[in-house]
Ligand binder design. Structure first.
Ligand code: VGL
Ligand code: ZN
Length: 207
């Protein structure tokens, strides 16, 4: 039997217009996420959650600027403005996010030296435990929405597919950063991983 779950990615203040790492129109999806989540009995939220001085911040690399790419031990890595620092207002969920029935909040990116776009694996490959949690819960199909389509959403979906879950992205309930060709690359990666992209009005049985 198929057991569906909605994964809502990083609906946090720093990813909203005016935030430290603003995603264009990031705030526009908040009501859409709420509406989508109301149709799912099972929901998990992710929260980007970095310590001060995190490796992914340009400010941790003298002479480097946000949106430049550096070589990390585990491969190329985009540098970001400081964002989603643990315990700060920017790391909090948007105040209009209303998913009281969400069952789990999985925080990621808390290791100072490693980023974790994916809710499933840190950039160096270490699992977060989410795949095990979902398997134990009997989840087979993960539906994903949130921010940003070309980073945390894309990486999470590719890892979910690799872990054996069926994965669907609700494209109109996502927004992208789109830096240095990241959106096109993410689309190609998701297609190669077998991730399905749909619009919310086309979700089967979910009108
Ligand atoms: C994200 C860049 C850095 C995201 C998080 O949520 O997509 N992007 N940290
Ligand atoms: Zn981050």
């Amino acid at each position: 039997m198929t057991q569906e779950l909605l994964l809502v990615v990083d609906i946090q203040n720093d990813f909203m217009p005016g935030g430290a790492l603003a995603v264009p129109e990031g705030d526009a999806i908040v009501p859409l996420v709420n509406r989508l989540a109301a149709r799912f009995p099972h929901v998990v939220l992710t929260q980007d959650w970095h310590p001060k001085g995190h490796f992914s911040f340009a400010s941790s690399h003298p002479g480097r600027r946000p949106f430049e790419t550096i070589a990390a031990a585990y491969g190329p890595h985009v540098l970001w403005p400081d964002h989603c620092v643990q315990g700060t207002p920017g790391a909090e969920f948007h105040r209009d996010l209303a998913i009281p029935h969400a069952e789990l909040v999985i925080r990621k990116g808390y290791n100072a030296g490693v980023d974790s776009y994916s809710a499933f694996r840190e950039a160096d490959g270490r699992p977060t435990g989410l795949a095990g949690y979902l398997r134990e819960r009997g989840v087979t199909h993960i539906v994903v929405a949130g921010l940003a389509l070309d980073f945390c959403v894309a990486w999470s979906t590719c890892d979910a597919a690799a872990a054996g879950f069926a994965v669907t992205v609700v494209e109109d309930v996502c927004r992208a950063i789109d830096t240095g060709g990241s959106l096109a690359a993410a689309r190609a990666d998701m297609a190669a991983a077998g991730v399905k992209l749909v619009r919310s009005d086309a979700l089967p049985g979910k009108r």
